[in-house]
Design a protein around this ligand. Structure first.
Ligand code: GLA
Length: 393
């Protein structure tokens, strides 16, 4: 993010200088897709694109927040939080304030400017980044507000589930809170136990934004979720997490064929996450790439959440020398894919995608080579060296 632009916009809007900067990253998921709401395993990493709030505390209960992207100022009193019209950007901010207040926290108002370089609506969790950056802005404005990363992630998820109305799992908010530079994060979405896993040097995760709109994303997402819950009920387990691939193979005739395929994706994907962590720890990058490929194929064939644009991006990436694996990332139905590439091969990957993807889809891809970054922090602008992160659990 261009910090000077944000600081200048703040001065222009409020006529004085901001005193704090709060930020939170977007994410890609390396592997472990559609497993979080099945109590399963995920392996996301926070990316070096983030939502940022520059701000200054106020002495009253008023929050003013100017969005650079929407060129619009939101003003509200913490005593009267009301929804705007459907799909309004402010719901992520209002939802976080509402969740914090409902959890019993006392908050102070602030003046702020919000900017983000996480592409919006592309499946890189721009919304979780805004939610966590807002939480950090409240932490900067309210000295008594101390949150652990798990609390922060849960509050942000509550904002999304209850205020925005999307029944997402916890992965996006957790990685925005807990990301670590140079690492992916293995998260057990049942126990919320998590551990950083170092990423290999010499390789780059390249985000391929298909530029295809995410058609039907939220209705189809909720439908997949319901199908998984139904499959778990029919198998008599609390969640698909509790079924091994072997058990499912034995019992799959107990499920209608569609549910059997959905379940097969989830149980094998959980296993792939564990294998991916093992591969990373053993320095076996080729194996990680192979697992990413299997994950995509399963999401395309069994879970049916890929799209022609995602498949085209993945196929072109895989056909490039030095690309070890490629898959869709996030909910699917459009949005982004990722490719794991040897650093030296990133230019060739870019050339291939720019040459072949438009021919196959009529769309121009946007490419973002990314690196793993830290989760949400805030700092005073006169003390840039003292970063405040969320408090250890
Ligand atoms: C979206 C949701 C996450 C997760 C992924 C699929 O990003 O917000 O909770 O379910 O889809 O893995």
């Amino acid at each position: 993010m261009q910090m000077a632009v944000l600081e200048e916009a703040f001065r222009h809007t409020y006529g004085y200088a901001p005193t704090f900067l709060a930020r939170a990253p977007g994410r890609v998921n390396l592997i472990g897709e559609h497993t979080d709401y099945n109590d399963g395993l995920v392996l996301p990493m926070a990316i070096d694109r983030e939502a940022v709030v520059v701000g200054a505390p106020r002495d009253d209960n008023v929050v003013n927040l100017f969005s650079l992207h929407y060129n619009e100022k939101l003003s509200f009193d913490l005593g009267t939080i009301a929804r705007r019209q459907e799909h309004h950007w402010s719901h992520y901010v209002l939802g976080v304030a509402d969740a914090l207040l409902r959890a019993g926290h006392t908050l102070k108002g602030f003046d702020g400017v919000l900017g983000s370089d996480v592409p919006i609506g592309s499946g890189l969790s721009s919304s979780a980044a805004v939610e966590l950056a807002t939480l950090m802005a409240f932490a900067a404005a309210t000295p008594s507000l101390q949150l652990s990363p798990l609390d922060a992630a849960r509050l942000a998820q509550r904002a999304e589930n209850c205020f925005v109305g999307v029944q997402c799992g916890l992965m996006d908010q957790l990685i925005a809170a807990l990301g670590r530079a140079g690492h992916a994060l293995l998260i057990d979405c049942r126990t919320l136990a998590h551990q950083p896993v170092p990423l290999p040097e010499g390789y780059t995760v390249v985000i391929i934004d298909t530029a295809a709109p995410r058609a039907l994303a939220s209705s189809a997402y909720n439908e997949r979720r319901a199908q998984c819950e139904q499959a778990a009920r029919l198998l008599g387990v609390p969640a698909l997490r509790d079924v091994s691939p072997e058990e499912l193979a034995r019992r799959q005739t107990e499920l209608p064929p569609l549910l059997a395929r959905r379940a097969r994706h989830v149980v094998r994907e959980n296993q792939r996450v564990l294998q991916a962590v093992e591969a990373l720890r053993a320095g076996d990058v080729a194996e990680l790439g192979a697992l990413m490929n299997q994950s995509h194929d399963s999401l395309r064939d069994d879970y049916e959440v890929s799209s022609p644009a995602l498949d085209a991006a993945v196929e072109i990436a895989r056909a490039t020398d030095g690309v070890l694996g490629a898959r869709m990332t996030g909910a699917g139905f459009g949005g982004c894919a990722i490719a794991l590439a040897a650093q030296a091969c990133v230019p060739a990957l870019t050339t291939n995608l720019l040459a072949h993807y438009p021919k196959r889809t009529g769309l121009t891809p946007r490419l973002y080579p990314c690196s793993a970054s830290d989760g949400a922090t805030w700092h005073r602008l006169d003390d840039r060296l003292r970063q405040h992160s969320l408090h250890p659990c």
